[in-house]
Write a protein that binds this ligand. Structure first.
Ligand code: AMP
Length: 425
């Protein structure tokens, strides 16, 4: 079966790497891909927002499955267009991707179905939001309703910060995403992510992961797309996993079916592990990045088989096998990130790094005319290793990182610190 993957980051490299191992795979394409993905797939220049073009490509290349990596094309309805054209696609419809695309939609769904989440209120105007905030305890969390590329959440510690967030969002600072705002209770606890494959009312647990959002060691500095991750998340015990499926994922899947907009794809639940149990912080309607890299390292079975089962009603009988070992990814980013990154610096030593026992997934790379590998994004590489413990996976990943010759890059040195401390206890 020929497969087309949409996207060009570390998530899509990990998906292509795993798909390439499937005995059922024919030819693999990725749009737009990157220099690392080019090892596994033919990279093609397709604009995912031009649905007619994607459909034509799929027909011309006899594509049996399209796997949509990022959220934007999902929210824009690429899966709807492909399905209407009779082309199988993995990922939710636009209506189901609202679980990620509209925070207010998800909060209302949680309230209607008793799914544990932070208490909240929704606002369409700044005055009403201000009046509500005047009576709310601090800190308070203010969220733009729509997709805002990680910039849509403000944790306000003071009334002035809350006021500034309201002004920024309703003032158009995040475009249409901020036209509607959710104000919610601040939750405390440890954060973890949980992933499930969902096909309508059937949900199959994948695995847990934890990531590091801040750019600096000790979880300091500005937010990023994620500077590293590990799976499984030791904090997410089998008991909490069972509660997450029973209290959060399964009722959500049933609610989406009842609403006439069944969810099909990967449901990624961002959780706060509170003393009262896991609470939903947010949903994403796709794999996370870098979490996808650690998940693909741990998956033993056939990814293509699993994705086809999720698209075709066969999920109920799917039994996925995972390595018990821990996988850990260290993201290596270009200087400047999360601000404007320096592009075009040369990267060497990746073969050496992989010889040290890691897989180097590419998140933002390209080759120049002479075949040199160049940085071409903010997050550039995801150095991923397996180990019997988080401590061991971390040591292997950093041993590989240290073989990379790239003066223009930097990484955190403490990915997994929380789990490593837990192992020391
Ligand atoms: P989100 O985009 O909704 O995942 O929010 C981004 C980050 O903000 C989360 O990963 C949390 O660290 C934090 N956050 C969001 N909502 C809350 C909340 N209600 N309480 C505490 N922290 C939150």
């Amino acid at each position: 079966m020929n497969v087309l993957v949409i996207g060009g980051g570390g998530r899509e490299h990990a998906l292509c790497w795993k798909l390439a191992q499937s005995p059922r795979l024919g030819k693999l394409y990725c749009a737009p891909g990157n220099a690392g993905i080019a090892r596994e797939a033919e990279c093609v220049a397709l604009d995912p927002s031009d649905h007619a073009d994607v459909v034509d490509f799929c027909r011309a290349r006899d594509i049996g499955l399209v796997v949509v990596g990022p959220e934007q094309p999902l929210v824009e309805g690429l899966v709807d267009s492909l399905t209407t054209a009779g082309i199988a696609a993995f990922g939710p419809s636009a209506a189901a991707a609202r679980l990620e695309g509209s925070k207010g939609f998800t909060k209302d769904l949680c309230r209607a179905h008793g799914i544990p989440t932070a208490a909240y209120a929704r606002f369409e105007s700044p005055d009403a939001a201000r009046a509500y905030l005047a009576t709310h305890a601090l800190p308070v969390v203010i969220k733009a309703d729509g997709l805002a590329a990680g910039k849509g959440v403000v944790i306000a510690e003071t009334p002035a910060e809350a006021e500034a967030a309201i002004d920024m969002m309703f003032g158009g600072g995040l475009g249409d995403a901020g036209a509607s705002v959710v104000v919610e209770e601040f939750l405390t606890g440890e954060e973890a992510s949980f992933f499930a494959l969902v096909d309508g009312a059937v949900a199959v647990p994948l695995a847990s992961a934890q990531d590091h959002k801040r750019v600096g060691d000790g979880d300091a500095g500005p937010n990023t797309g994620g500077m590293g991750a590990y799976s499984p998340a030791p904090a997410l015990t089998p008991e909490i996993e069972a509660r997450t499926m029973r209290e959060i994922v399964e009722p959500t899947a049933r609610a989406m079916v009842a609403a006439g907009t069944p969810f099909r794809g990967v449901l990624y639940a961002g959780l706060m592990l509170t003393p009262d149990g896991p609470k939903l912080i947010e949903y994403n309607a796709r794999f996370g990045d870098p979490e996808c890299q650690v998940l693909m390292m741990r998956l033993k079975g056939d990814l293509l088989e699993a994705l086809l089962a999720a698209c075709g009603g066969g999920l109920g009988s799917l039994r996925l096998q995972w390595h018990d070992a821990t996988a850990l990814t260290v993201v290596v980013a270009a200087e400047g990130y999360p601000g404007p990154p320096r592009k075009g610096t040369e990267i060497r030593g990746l073969d050496d790094a992989e010889a040290a026992g890691a897989v180097v997934f590419h998140a933002g790379t390209k080759r120049d005319g002479d075949g040199r590998l160049l940085a071409d994004g903010g997050r550039v590489l995801g150095v991923t290793a397996l180990g019997e413990s988080v401590t061991e996976a971390k040591a292997r990943a950093y041993a590989a990182v240290d073989r990379i010759d790239w003066p223009g890059g930097f990484c955190r040195r403490d990915i997994g610190w929380r789990a490593v401390e837990r192992e020391r206890r």
